[in-house]
Design a protein around this ligand. Structure first.
Ligand code: 13P
Ligand code: SF4
Length: 310
């Protein structure tokens, strides 16, 4: 089947089955093109809660589809590639949190949404890179906090908030690469560019970055918005380069430079048009969080969405 026929068939099946396609900014551009909604982890969570569709095809990695299943347990959630996982999410287990709670009674556990359903079921409040600071600031100042699993985002919010935070030593293999030295090499080549850094990057908590007046620490949606509203004509983008596709669409007259175009999330990139079609047609691979975990995990996501007024 050629690409045009695949796209037509996806569109036909979507209507027939009352399905919606959600895609993260890091999936392949041709998959972003067929999505009903493209967003970051926060936007996708909100969308999963708002949609009237019976079926959600989640073009992303497994923790994202699990989050959708937790928020909308009455909907059927599918992923096009069942093997698309996230090493950051898999770096921590529920037992690691239970052990911390035993040592820190009364402490608050904040989990980045890039975590498994079992971890969320043992979490007080979730956050994404778009709202981590608001979530931390919502916690009473006398409370000790355990932030899991991303050490870079945790270190960033620790510096920004000045709060007492224990940090789990997980990282994202894509963003860990973006340290200050790597960024400075690209800045030397493009001194006139604005610098956009995802908080999962190792440079996000290096004070040297805060000294640059044209550097911004932003979630992926934050970067897309910045591309549109900024007066700059050139941007250095320190995150997975898939997001540049949407930035370029929104601001076609501006230039976007990936710090490293080949530093991709190869888990997200496993999703192809062919797999989306097979997922819709054959209703595979279904992600269903078991009820006892879903019920325990839901409040941690609802608390996060309430903070944003969602
Ligand atoms: P956001 O979607 O919150 O920007 O996080 C990026 C990411 O790594 C998702 O897996
Ligand atoms: Fe996980 Fe990093 Fe890929 Fe996001 S970009 S899914 S955190 S490996």
């Amino acid at each position: 089947m050629d690409k045009g026929s695949i796209i037509k068939e996806i569109s036909r099946l979507k209507k027939e089955k009352n399905a919606v396609i959600l895609a993260h900014y890091y999936v392949e551009p041709e998959v972003q093109d067929i999505a009903d909604y493209i967003g970051d982890s926060l936007g996708l969570s909100q969308m999963a809660g708002q949609t009237d569709a019976d079926i959600i095809i989640f073009c992303g990695v497994s923790f994202m589809a699990e989050t959708a299943s937790i928020i909308s347990p009455d909907k059927r959630v599918f992923v096009p590639d069942i093997s698309a996982g996230c090493s950051l999410a898999d770096s921590i287990k529920a037992d690691d949190i239970i052990n911390w709670r035993e040592r820190n009674p009364g402490g608050i556990v904040v989990s980045y949404v890039n975590s498994t359903a079992e971890v969320k079921a043992n979490t007080d409040i979730c956050c994404t890179s778009a709202n981590a600071m608001q979530v931390i600031l919502s916690i009473p100042e006398n409370k000790k906090i355990f932030f899991v699993p991303d050490k870079n985002l945790a270190s960033y919010v620790k510096i920004m908030s000045g709060r007492d935070i224990d940090i789990w030593e997980g990282d994202c293999c894509v963003h860990e690469y973006f340290d200050t030295k790597v960024l400075q090499e690209v800045i030397k080549l493009h001194p006139d560019a604005e610098i956009l850094v995802h908080p999962e990057s190792s440079s996000s908590h290096d004070p040297a970055i805060y000294e640059l007046e044209n550097a911004y620490i932003l979630s992926t949606t934050g970067m897309v918005k910045r591309a549109k509203i900024s007066d700059a004509k050139k941007f250095i983008v320190a995150t997975e380069p898939g997001v540049i596709y949407q930035m370029q669409r929104l601001a076609p007259d501006k230039e976007f430079i990936a710090v490293e175009p080949y530093n991709k999330c190869y888990q997200m990139r496993k999703v192809t048009l062919e797999k989306v079609l097979a997922s819709l047609r054959e209703e595979r691979y279904e992600i269903k969080v078991p009820e006892e975990i879903q019920v325990k995990a839901l409040p941690s996501i609802e608390r996060m969405l309430r903070i944003l007024g969602a």
